[in-house]
Design a binder for this molecule. Structure first.
Ligand code: SF4
Length: 234
């Protein structure tokens, strides 16, 4: 596989982080607080699938495992695009082995709007970059993208889903995605470990799960100190 949305975001924070994901993932330590946030984000995303009523979900797992079968998901997505299915969730696309799965695609008169769901109260810059990656893959997969939204968490359970339009901002980042995606793909396959000095990127915009490895220090203790200062990353 080439570069996924997660790979891209992690590689742009620190190239070594992406390299470690591919070659030494056993060194990763995810603090329980972060794992709980990620789980809550997944739950919020599952609920958001129904925000426009009936939908078709594209998730397909590899036989006997809880791992998505990306190729089958992409094939199923193409089938539903051909059928003109009005709402498609976890719509998967592969472009030169780069991959993304869009939370929600909603049919419009001229193509599809897409919605990226985030369990956060407001839109962060990182969310727009997430959406820009998806826009890049979708347009190269011949999907006519109409509008782009980040769905944030509403003020209460009566209004849980708030779409925020970010169409222009996300589309404007397409050249930036193109400038970096191919280099990240080449870099992640290198045999030698990437050499990067620790710095601001270790906690900005998100805490790095290899912090202990790169700083040669007990990870959990240091993570406790920084967790409260960081934005939600789900
Ligand atoms: S701890 Fe810092 S230098 Fe090491 S992989 Fe993470 S971000 Fe990169």
């Amino acid at each position: 596989m080439g570069i996924t949305k997660t790979d891209f975001m992690r590689g742009m924070q620190c190239r070594k982080m992406l390299w470690l994901d591919k070659h030494k993932p056993q060194l990763k330590v995810i603090p329980p607080e972060v794992q709980a946030r990620l789980d809550a984000g997944n739950e919020f995303g599952d609920k958001a699938m129904a925000m426009f009523g009936p939908y078709e979900e594209m998730t397909v797992y590899l036989p006997g495992r809880k791992i998505p079968d990306k190729k089958k998901m992409a094939e199923k997505t193409q089938e539903h695009l051909r059928l003109g299915t009005p709402v498609i969730c976890e719509a998967a696309f592969i472009y030169y082995n780069h991959y993304c799965a869009v939370d929600i695609l909603k049919k419009t008169d001229i193509g599809y709007d897409f919605y990226e769901v985030k369990n956060a109260p407001e839109v962060h810059d990182q969310f727009i970059k997430d959406a820009a990656f998806q826009y890049y893959i979708l347009t190269r997969s011949c999907v006519k993208v109409d509008h782009i939204y980040i769905v944030t968490h509403g003020p209460d359970e009566e209004n849980p889903f708030v779409p925020n339009e970010i169409t222009e901002e996300a589309k404007a980042l397409s050249p930036w995605i193109n400038d970096n995606i191919w280099d990240l793909n080449r870099m992640q396959k290198e045999r030698e470990e990437i050499k990067t000095e620790p710095g601001d990127q270790c906690t900005n915009p998100y805490e790095c799960w290899y912090y202990g490895y790169c700083h040669n220090s007990p990870k959990e203790e240091q993570m406790k100190l920084i967790l409260d200062e960081l934005p939600d990353q789900t």
